[in-house]
Design a protein. Structure first.
Lengths: 300, 264
């Protein structure tokens, strides 16, 4: 791999790091397997791209608005589960397929190119560094800031209530925590993060696309699983760090698999490679051998 | 402090599994009273506790706490006034959180939580001071996850947590049943001390007749969804397990056969 390719991998790795933080919040903290992200990732992209292209909005504001739309989508999923007792996985599927239609409406078509318009990344062009260097740096700082904000939130009164609501709902309720509300805001926030990641992804690759959400759930989950099975996750600080690390590592693994000529993969095999990697990580986690292999490998 | 009036609860209504758990229960627990509830399996003692806490919906009847009708209040809302210790030590504390964070969570029961850090210096001092009472050395392990503690330690911590804040009513659901005898005694003594010190209104469900008679000030007995026996004052002070059995036989015209009740 060339430096250019590695920087490109870091770039997407950091973007999916934001998705991974959302997945950590739903899967790990709230114990709520949330499939809405398949729809909220392209939703963030569609909202941001349409606002930038059609309405001429400031790209930062457009990205943030994409995040707000994502929050609404996650809130709706949690509402179906909390208020109407629909199974959480089914609620997520319902939202993500309905978002597919909604995204087509928002973009008035299957995609929205972002060519010759200002994006958040054009803000850095005056700094004298080429985009392929400055963009990963910016995204790296951004994902770290989000991580630290999430860490801080999870240590507040609300944060520990959310953690208790996921880990021991009966105990949380007995201590005055409105468990339903925690799910509404938690799943909403996770999808806001995912939508922001989608908006950034569209801006860096020059288009929002109705199909760009396929596999996002697995990417987020893979990052959390890979990260937490390799790195220690005793504290929230370490756990979220492991998620970010997992996101980058996962992108790197996919890039390597696709690049290795002897394996014979093509770019279109990316979903297959993803599924294989996640399966391997899950099996390794079950047998507990992943970390031992790495440790022994390091000792040799 | 707690008033149940004409409470009926039926589980699995209109199905072959229909069970009438409570059949017209009237109960009035005055402020500051320590009530113990006894009864065999399925008699309705735990259901009545769940009715007070808000876990079980009523078919008919009303629940009042501190003069307010809370019949339709959800659990989390009622918990502003009452706290609860569960039978399972794993239920009362959150094992993914540290001891200190568990205290902070309980602290938020009666006070606003907000977006400030849950664990401040004052919280640390307060928790350490309370944990010292236990004499288990937990005050030096404030940042340990609760999952690392033993069942007895967790139950003791649950009890302290239930007593934080301006709680008015303490509900104890066979909270010593899952502990070994020595730890059970310790937790029971701690319970008596806390209820006494904070002048709480307390309701304790227990399987053991002896424990029911020797704890608190008043004992009621449930049988088939009804209160069949209610004793307090001097009458109860002079009562032993054998008297209770005799009384039950006379009133109900049948022998009490639940081993757990007799042996406990």
């Amino acid at each position: 791999m060339s430096l250019y390719e590695i920087l490109g991998t870091l770039e997407t790795g950091f973007i999916f790091g934001i998705v991974a933080l959302g997945a950590y919040l739903t899967f790990q903290i709230l114990d709520f397997p949330d499939l809405t992200v398949e729809g909220s990732f392209p939703l963030g992209a569609a909202v941001a791209a349409t606002l930038i292209v059609a309405a001429g909005w400031n790209p930062w504001l457009a990205t943030l608005t994409g995040g707000v739309a994502g929050f609404a989508a996650g809130f709706a999923t949690a509402m179906l589960n909390v208020r109407f007792k629909i199974l959480h996985i089914l609620a997520g599927i319902l939202l993500s397929i309905s978002l597919y239609s909604i995204n087509l409406r928002i973009m008035s078509g299957p995609n929205k190119p972002l060519l010759m318009v200002d994006t958040v990344f054009t803000s850095f062009e005056g700094l004298g560094l080429p985009g392929y260097i400055i963009n990963p740096i910016f995204l790296g700082i951004m994902v770290l800031v989000i991580k630290l904000l999430l860490d801080a939130f999870l240590a507040t009164g609300w944060g520990i209530s959310m953690r208790a609501a996921g880990a021991n709902p009966a105990m949380a309720e007995a201590n005055g925590v409105n468990v339903g509300n925690m799910k509404l805001y938690g799943v909403g926030t996770a999808n806001a993060l995912t939508a922001i990641a989608g908006a950034l992804f569209a801006q860096i690759f020059g288009a929002a696309d109705a199909y760009m959400g396929i596999g996002v759930i697995i990417v987020g989950l893979a990052s959390v699983i890979v990260g937490m099975s390799i790195l220690p996750s005793r504290t929230i600080f370490l756990a979220t760090l492991a998620c970010l690390f997992g996101a980058v590592l996962y992108r790197l693994a996919v890039a390597l698999a696709l690049n290795a000529d002897f394996l014979g993969f093509q770019a279109s095999d990316v979903q297959l490679v993803t599924a294989l990697l996640v399966a391997i990580a899950l099996i390794a986690q079950q047998t507990g051998s992943f970390r031992t292999i790495l440790r022994k490998g390091g000792r040799k | 402090m707690i008033e149940l009036s004409e409470v009926h609860v039926t589980f699995n209504k209109d199905t072959p599994l229909e069970t009438r758990a409570l059949r017209g229960v009237d109960l009035n627990v005055p402020k500051g009273q320590f009530l113990t509830i006894i009864g065999s399996n399925g008699a309705g003692k735990s259901t009545s506790l769940n009715v007070i806490a808000g876990h079980t919906k009523l078919e008919v009847g009303h629940v009042k706490i501190d003069g307010q009708d809370v019949t339709n209040w959800p659990v989390y809302k009622r918990s502003k006034m009452l706290s609860r210790v569960f039978q399972d030590p794993k239920m009362g504390t959150c094992e993914d959180l540290s001891i200190l964070e568990n205290f902070a969570l309980a602290h938020g029961r009666t006070r606003p939580r907000g977006f400030r850090y849950a664990v401040g210096a004052s919280m640390r001092d307060e928790a350490a001071e309370q944990l010292k009472i236990l004499g288990l050395g937990l005050e030096d392990r404030l940042n340990d996850k609760v999952g690392l503690l033993s069942g007895g330690q967790r139950q003791a911590v649950s009890l302290l947590m239930a007593a934080t804040g301006d709680t008015k009513v303490l509900l104890l659901d066979e909270h010593t049943a899952a502990l070994d005898p020595k730890t059970a005694d310790f937790v029971l003594e701690l319970t008596k001390k806390i209820v006494d010190d904070l002048k709480l209104t307390a309701v304790m469900v227990t399987h053991s007749m002896a424990q029911a008679l020797h704890t608190g000030e008043r004992t009621i007995m449930f049988h088939r969804g009804k209160i069949v026996f209610d004793a307090g004052g001097a009458e109860r002070d002079n009562m032993e397990v054998a008297d209770l059995l005799e009384l039950f036989k006379r009133e109900q015209g049948e022998e009490l056969t639940d081993d757990a009740l007799l042996l406990g």
